[in-house]
Ligand binder design. Structure first.
Ligand code: B1M
Length: 234
């Protein structure tokens, strides 16, 4: 962003300067700088979760706002997304390193017609960090892709992500198909993505709408515990 970019030595910045600098670097799609910033913050004792939410997601929010306002365009946003993924790749094993017993299994994917995967990846990482086994189907998933994976993986939870108002209705197609096939009660269905809200989640018949990755983890834990308890009583 600034002409002095080359002169900045990230490790010499204190946290209050480094985080805004990382916002700038994310904005500019500088993957190596983001990876370095993440490593520095971890070295200073930041938790992986704080690095993720305060430095990376914080920066991506600025990118999102400027994309919305027509200041940034697709190529720049792709570069920012690539930089974000570089940082997330460092954090992923650390978030998963809790050693917690497997609490449940989730199949997650972005719906058909939609290629946004950053939020979905984050949810997957946080779920793994909380002890869930996660099967990530990637982007652009059809009903069949979801249903096949749920059966093949013997999953407890179906997670669906959509970032476009044009693709979010596809979640209902998937849920309606589960109902048609008599499978709806076999799975906990959680949905998320920026254009969704609680009302939408209820309207399409999901078990819950999850505002962010942390909420997804808490919601999944609650539903899995409920499922196990009702199983114990049966
Ligand atoms: Co796109 N895009 N994009 N984009 N993009 C949005 C979504 C948009 C809101 C930007 C805008 O105009 N303000 C807009 C949608 C408008 C609308 O539908 N009303 C938009 C558009 C229009 C488009 C294109 C159509 C642009 C074009 O080509 N003209 C195109 C669509 C392509 C397609 O999918 N078919 C497009 C393309 C792209 C890029 C490829 C450039 C890139 C995606 C790169 C990638 O994902 N690999 C991109 C990006 C990066 C964005 C923004 C800027 C950022 C999304 C993001 O990663 N956020 C986005 C603007 C925005 O959202 N403000 C935008 C960070 C992420 C951490 O948050 O994904 O919300 P989020 O995930 C959160 C929660 O929502 C929740 O937890 C996550 C973590 O806390 N969550 C879940 C998400 N999924 C969940 C699933 C769960 C639970 C919780 O399951 C249990």
């Amino acid at each position: 962003m600034s002409e002095d970019q080359d002169d900045i030595i990230l490790s010499e910045l204190d946290d209050d300067e480094l985080v805004p600098q990382m916002f700038d670097d994310l904005y500019d799609g500088l993957r190596e700088e983001i990876e370095e910033g993440v490593t520095i913050l971890l070295g200073r004792g930041w938790t992986p979760y704080d690095v993720l939410t305060k430095a990376l997601v914080g920066g991506m929010t600025i990118v999102g706002n400027d994309f919305r306002d027509g200041i940034l365009f697709v190529p720049e946003v792709l570069l920012a997304a690539n930089a974000m993924k570089g940082g997330m790749a460092i954090l992923k094993p650390l978030l998963a390193e809790t050693g917690a017993p497997r609490v449940g299994k989730m199949v997650i994917g972005t719906v058909k017609g939609d290629i946004h995967d950053i939020g979905k990846n984050l949810v997957g990482m946080m779920m793994e960090g909380a002890g869930f086994e996660v099967v990530d189907l990637g982007i652009n998933n059809s009903v069949d892709a979801y249903l096949d994976a749920l059966a093949a993986e013997d999953a407890d939870i179906l997670g669906m992500s959509a970032l476009l108002t044009t693709t979010m209705p596809y979640m209902k197609v998937v849920i309606d198909t589960l109902i048609e096939k008599g499978l709806r009660e076999d799975y906990i269905v959680l949905v998320g993505g920026a254009p969704l809200n609680e009302e939408f989640g209820k309207a399409i018949g999901a078990d819950a709408y999850c505002r962010d990755a942390a909420v997804a983890v808490e919601t999944a834990k609650t539903f899995v515990a409920r499922k196990h308890n009702s199983g114990a009583q049966a």
